[in-house]
Design a protein around this ligand. Structure first.
Ligand SMILES: Nc1nc2c(ncn2[C@@H]2O[C@H](COP(=O)(O)OP(=O)(O)OP(=O)(O)O)[C@@H](O)[C@H]2O)c(=O)[nH]1
Ligand SMILES: [Mg+2]
Length: 450
């Protein structure tokens, strides 16, 4: 008698294979589920193996009438053919949990028995009956299969089905987890650098930057086993190289230098311009002029005009792009011309387009993107994305005095890759402004209070 072996990903599939190859009368001898392939239990795939023989082999033998096992073992009566009703209530759960326990016990006993003991083929129930037993256990609607199955076999199928379901759930879980892991390209931080990594995260440095900095340091750092303070010193060195400081706005070698300040509303553009104008005029003795293209609010124009009046600096307000060009021409005798722009929401397309036209026509020598260090990291990211449409020459960070953590700025610096001109540290004009120094700013990004 030739025993056929079938392998499939699930019991259902295996049975289908048996039926297709040996017919509906086929008799199942053994069933086994195991993990195939992989290493050390990782990466294999669940496999159900079924051995069976054609039913005709057995039919030819004179059949010995056998009493159903269910009677001998005083187990529940044979499975009924009527469609089973779905029941997921507490009673069902209790039963299911009992069955599961039994199933595990059975599985354990099977595993310890080697080789597995096969029941004589003639004592085995038919394939259909086994399938029916499985259906009954799982409360699935029955079809035309004739029930006659021993509880032992039913339990075996319970085990396989339970395992199959669990493996399916695990597969689903893995499928949702694996792309995320790959998406983030997570490389574990060595234990030795875990403290540094956590420290960087605590500074609100983004996870990716914190990880990259840590891994880079871990790769190149000698000697090993440095204290956190020493590691931070090395990170400071690294950031010092990342932070490009442009130095202050200075007197140009020829012609007037026009510098535009752009950025979202209320970040401190006008106040910063007033500070820079005061330093240029009173400390550097540079002739300076002001232009405002803040066409939306009279008060905003007046704000700059008031500073200009106090400092006795000429100030022009313009409403049209061509006026801007004319105003710059009119101020050609001033060495530095600072241009204030209306704060605008980066989401306001109309105003952003209008600013584009002003900047195209005015063609400033330099454009500084003004970002408040108190803004939410997400808002900062959005500002960078949307103001990135302009030709940016410098970054300028305001309200450093109010910011709790400066870590989010590192992402901007790394993304925009433009030198930083100034940071502003309060509302006082002109005192609260500093020209950026790379090392000092690196220490500030790492949490050192200025
Ligand atoms: N704490 C602090 N406040 C600042 C700083 N710079 C500006 N401010 C304040 O921020 C507020 C807005 O400043 P503005 O200069 O009017 O900002 P703006 O970007 O010109 O605003 P819009 O023209 O409306 O877009 C004012 O109350 C300033 O005093 C700073 O460095 N620190
Ligand atoms: Mg303003």
């Amino acid at each position: 008698m030739k025993v056929h072996t079938f392998e499939a990903g699930s019991l259902k599939e295996a049975i289908q294979k048996v039926k297709a190859a040996l017919g509906r009368d086929a008799l199942i001898l053994t069933t086994r589920s195991y993990i195939k392939g992989g290493m050390l239990g990782i990466g294999g795939r669940p496999v159900v193996e079924v051995t069976a023989i054609p039913g005709s082999v057995v039919e030819r033998k004179p059949r010995r009438r056998r009493r159903p096992k269910v009677e001998r073992r005083s187990a529940p009566p044979p499975v009924a053919a009527a469609p089973a009703k779905k029941d997921n209530g507490p009673e069902f759960k209790k039963k299911a949990s009992g069955l599961l326990k039994e199933a595990y016990a059975l599985l354990e006993s099977r595993e310890s028995a080697s080789p597995p003991v096969e029941e004589p083929a003639e004592a085995e129930p038919r394939l259909e009956a086994k399938a029916e037993a499985v259906r009954k256990v799982h409360q699935e609607p029955a079809d035309s299969y004739t029930p006659s199955v021993s509880p032992v076999v039913a339990k075996e199928f319970t085990v396989l089905n339970s395992l199959e379901r669990q493996m399916g759930q695990m597969k689903e879980l893995l499928e949702t987890m694996v792309p995320q892991v790959h998406g983030k390209q997570i490389v574990p931080v060595p234990m030795e650098y875990e403290e540094l990594y956590r420290y960087l995260l605590d500074q609100s440095i983004t996870e990716k930057i914190a990880r990259d900095l840590t891994l880079e340091l871990a790769k190149n750092c000698r000697p090993r086993g440095l204290e956190l303070a020493e590691l931070l010193l090395r990170i400071t060195d690294r950031l010092e190289n990342v932070i490009d400081a442009s130095g202050p706005i200075t007197r140009p070698s020829h012609g007037p230098k026009t510098v535009a300040f752009i950025g979202p509303t209320g970040v401190g553009k006008t106040t910063t311009i007033a500070k820079i104008a005061a330093i240029l005029k009173f400390q550097e003795k540079v002739p300076v002029g002001l232009i405002t293209i803040d066409t939306y609010r009279i008060a905003a124009v007046q704000q700059l005009q008031t500073y200009a009046d106090i400092m006795k600096i000429p100030c022009r307000s313009v409403l049209e792009p061509l006026d801007l060009r004319r105003a710059i021409g009119d101020m050609r005798n001033y060495e530095v011309i600072l241009i204030d722009t209306a704060g605008r929401s980066q989401r306001d397309e109309v105003k952003m387009d209008e600013l584009t036209t002003f900047l195209n026509v005015g063609a400033p020598t330099e454009t500084h993107l003004v970002i408040s260090s108190t803004s939410h990291p997400k808002a900062i990211r959005e500002v960078v994305d949307l103001f990135g449409r302009f030709r940016l020459d410098r970054l300028l960070f305001t309200k450093i005095d109010e910011a709790v953590l400066l870590g989010p700025l590192l992402e901007v610096i790394m993304k925009v890759k433009k030198p930083i001109s100034y940071i502003t540290t309060g509302q006082e004009v002109p005192e609260d402004i500093e020209v950026v120094e790379s090392r000092k700013f690196a220490r500030m990004l790492l949490g050192e209070v200025a």
